[in-house]
Design a protein. Structure first.
Length: 341
């Protein structure tokens, strides 16, 4: 850590108690029984970090939701917070483009930053109690004021009803997709299913990239191809990804021909075709997708009538057609319907 950042960290540790959030429905910590990681660090990470670096997402290929993933991330150096990327990032100025969490996410309080640094300085141990890590005069008031509440657990595997694959995906196929710049990784720690996101190569990703994904069709269940160069020419290959439960195609060149193939994905629960050439005729192909729960069709050729027809055909489906401007009021009338004058 640069000298100025270290000075900032030490200053915040001394004063962070003033920045602690108001106590909610949590409970005070028991220093002798509560574990430093489970009862202090996990709730902090869950609030501000694991939304982007957790079970559902892995920005920068970093996950922080389990001890194994934290170790794999190499962003925490036990006993050395000054060399830990996690500490360096959270103590950057708020307007720095590398600060974590970014400005559009739930910020860390000064107290939370200080406690993360304390845990890493104490060895970043996952089993030791708070007392075993060590409660110095600098963090004692922070830990005393801290209110523990168990974070909500995200059960990724329960998001869809699929039998677990018998084995791992073809490592050569996964490696090829990764080398092409697509972020491909396990959907969660305890499943062999994969997620793939082409965001980092959106400008160069095209229909040939979809053909490459067919090599992991038996394991791929979340796919994000938004803002890529994918067109209807890739429709047949998309139809081969039969384990998909979530598919992002917004702002691509797809149309009704793609939806005719998407209709072959029996487990699909989420589909986003916002900003595409899809019309009511394309939606008619989807009536057999009984598991579909969310469909986004804003800024497409889909009409309100077409959306309603599909909702009626699939119980529980919500078709989001986007924001609609309110109808203009007749001239000379007030908002309450009373004529002026």
């Amino acid at each position: 850590m640069m000298p100025e950042l270290r000075s900032t960290a030490l200053a915040l540790t001394a004063t962070a108690a003033l920045a602690l959030p108001a106590a909610g429905e949590g409970r005070p910590l028991n220093f002798d029984q509560d574990k430093a990681y489970e009862h202090v660090i996990v709730p902090i990470f869950a609030k501000s970090c694991t939304g982007c670096h957790g079970a559902e997402k892995a920005k920068g290929k970093i996950r922080l939701h389990t001890p194994e993933e934290i170790a794999a991330s190499e962003t925490v150096v036990p006993g050395n917070p000054d060399d830990s990327e996690t500490v360096v990032r959270i103590f950057l100025p708020a307007d720095d483009e590398d600060v974590m969490p970014p400005e559009d996410k739930e910020p860390l309080t000064d107290a939370e930053k200080a406690l993360i640094r304390w845990w890493i300085a104490g060895g970043a141990d996952y089993e030791k109690t708070i007392a075993e890590i060590g409660v110095g005069d600098d963090v004692q008031p922070l830990l005393t004021a801290y209110q523990y509440s168990a974070p909500k657990v995200v059960e990724i595997k329960k998001a869809f009803d699929l039998p677990e694959p018998a084995g791992e995906a073809d490592p050569a196929a996964v490696a090829a997709i990764d080398e092409a710049g697509v972020l491909i990784m396990p959907l969660a720690q305890d499943t062999k299913y994969l997620s793939a996101n082409a965001l980092n190569v959106a400008k160069s990703f095209d229909d040939s990239g979809v053909k490459q994904l067919v090599g992991v069709a038996s394991h791929l269940t979340w796919l994000d191809l938004s803002r890529t160069g994918v067109t209807d020419a890739a429709a047949a290959d998309l139809g081969k990804l039969t384990q998909l439960t979530k598919l992002h195609l917004e702002n691509t060149g797809v149309g009704d021909a793609t939806l005719a193939e998407v209709a072959k994905l029996p487990h699909l629960e989420y589909l986003n075709v916002y900003g595409t050439q899809v019309t009511d005729a394309g939606l008619a192909h989807l009536k057999g997708l009984t598991k579909l729960k969310n469909l986004y069709v804003w800024q497409t050729g889909v009409t309100e009538e077409g959306a309603k027809a599909l909702e009626e055909a699939i119980p529980g489906l919500e078709v989001n057609t986007g924001w609609k401007a309110p109808a203009p009021q007749p001239e000379g009338e007030k908002k309450d319907g009373q004529k002026e004058g």
